[in-house]
Design a protein around this ligand. Structure first.
Ligand SMILES: [Zn+2]
Length: 404
């Protein structure tokens, strides 16, 4: 009987001055009985869906996916089917302590529905088809976004001063990253220098979801004022409209590659007719081809997945995320900063893959987009037609942020 190693999230609390990521431990899975099955895309029974779950748990440090399924009384073959459905979203890999997982079973003890509750704004729901495979659906609630100003004097480091005034660790790191070429945070700041940050926080039903955007930041030192503002394209510019984030490359490869499958949000499965989106772009490249970071960022996940294979996730500021699947080798580790053009991995053919290729995903605000068509920052200065709107935005935000 072939045992197979698959990564399942080992859930650890966020710690200190590091981008939140999950640690992982391998779990042994039996793949003997897993065969592709095809039948009508019908959900057997939806009546129970609003009822109380049969098993519910708030994720705690040390939980594993297989442990949770076993406690819920759901076998590993079913867990494997859920993982298969999760291939395009990879939500199970992002569960963290404090998130909730809920299982609904039918009278025969079969898993009918599984819900991952990340926060009031985001849930992921798996529902069983008659053939035993699962449909996956993301529920995203937009809610309302509210501005908040966090300002104060520097006393000690920027990190300590900003944290004392209520700025989240991840936001502080984002700011330090954003201004790293303008300001040496270790050397250039002195007691009495001032800072002001305009944060936009998401609320759903009156509850903060933890999602936020930095709209503006200004730091006034003895001699000068350094500032950055986010424009509607999601990118950051100084007050004159010069980009602070280096432009992205369209491809995460050195040479223009041959595309074997395009991004397609409405792709239909040829046999079942079910919509099964292709959330990435496939590039046909031989195993061992260098994969490069298309922009500056921080590695948030390096892992193995039964279907996605070895894969990497990179966060580029708060708005953009890239994902690289079916790799043969990762050359970076979780938490590592990467710069545009840096080799981060070697392509491969791991996981469920029909041949050597790189599956590349580009996400804007958590939603996958076509990396070849999306409106992503590609230049170093705002175009003239955007500059007037940007200047107006800077003026109104500066008035709010009001540095003495
Ligand atoms: Zn693909």
């Amino acid at each position: 009987m072939g045992g197979l190693l698959i990564g399942a999230a080992m859930l650890m609390p966020n710690s200190g001055h590091i981008v939140p990521t999950a640690q992982r431990i391998p779990v042994t899975l039996d793949i003997e009985n897993i065969l592709p099955q095809v039948s009508e895309p019908e959900i057997e029974n939806t009546a129970f869906i609003n009822s109380i779950p049969h098993f519910e748990r708030t994720i705690a440090s040390g939980d594993t996916l297989s442990g949770l399924f076993s406690k819920a009384g759901v076998d590993q073959q079913t867990m494997y089917k859920v993982l298969e459905a999760d291939l395009n979203i990879l939500a199970l890999d992002t569960l963290l302590p404090g998130n909730r997982i809920q299982f609904w079973l039918d009278n025969e003890g079969q898993l009918q529905k599984l819900e991952l509750y990340f926060n009031t704004a985001r849930q992921v729901v798996f529902t069983r088809y008659e053939d035993g495979s699962f449909n996956v659906e993301e529920v995203n609630v937009e809610g309302v976004w509210q501005n908040r100003i966090i300002s104060g004097d520097i006393k000690g480091s920027f990190y300590v001063s900003a944290q004392k005034m209520g700025l989240a660790a991840a936001d502080i790191q984002r700011i330090e990253d954003l201004l790293k070429e303008k300001l040496n945070f270790a050397r250039d700041l002195h007691a009495g220098d001032q800072f002001s940050v305009l944060v936009n926080d998401q609320y759903v039903e009156g509850e903060a979801t933890g999602s936020s955007q930095i709209l503006g930041v200004a730091i006034k030192t003895g001699r000068s004022e350094i500032s950055a503002f986010q424009y509607s394209d999601g990118s950051y510019y100084d007050a004159k409209g010069h980009s602070l984030v280096r432009a992205f490359q369209r491809y995460p490869l050195a040479k223009q590659p041959r595309m074997s499958s395009r991004f397609n949000a409405y792709r239909k499965h040829p046999i079942t007719g079910r919509v099964s989106p292709h959330n990435g772009t496939d590039f046909s490249v031989p195993i061992g081809t260098k994969v490069i970071a298309p922009g500056d960022g921080i590695v948030s996940l390096v892992t193995d997945h039964q279907f996605a294979g070895k894969y990497i996730v990179v966060e580029h500021g708060g708005k953009y995320r890239t994902r690289y699947l079916h790799l043969s080798k990762a050359l970076v580790r979780k938490g590592q900063r990467v710069t545009r053009g840096q080799v981060i991995a070697l392509s491969g053919n791991t996981g469920r893959s029909t041949g050597p290729h790189l599956h590349y995903e580009f996400h804007i605000n958590g939603k996958p987009v076509d990396p070849l068509k999306a409106d992503i920052p590609m230049s170093s200065k705002l175009a003239n037609q955007d500059l007037r709107a940007f200047t107006n935005l800077v003026n109104s935000r500066q008035a709010m942020m009001n540095l003495g």
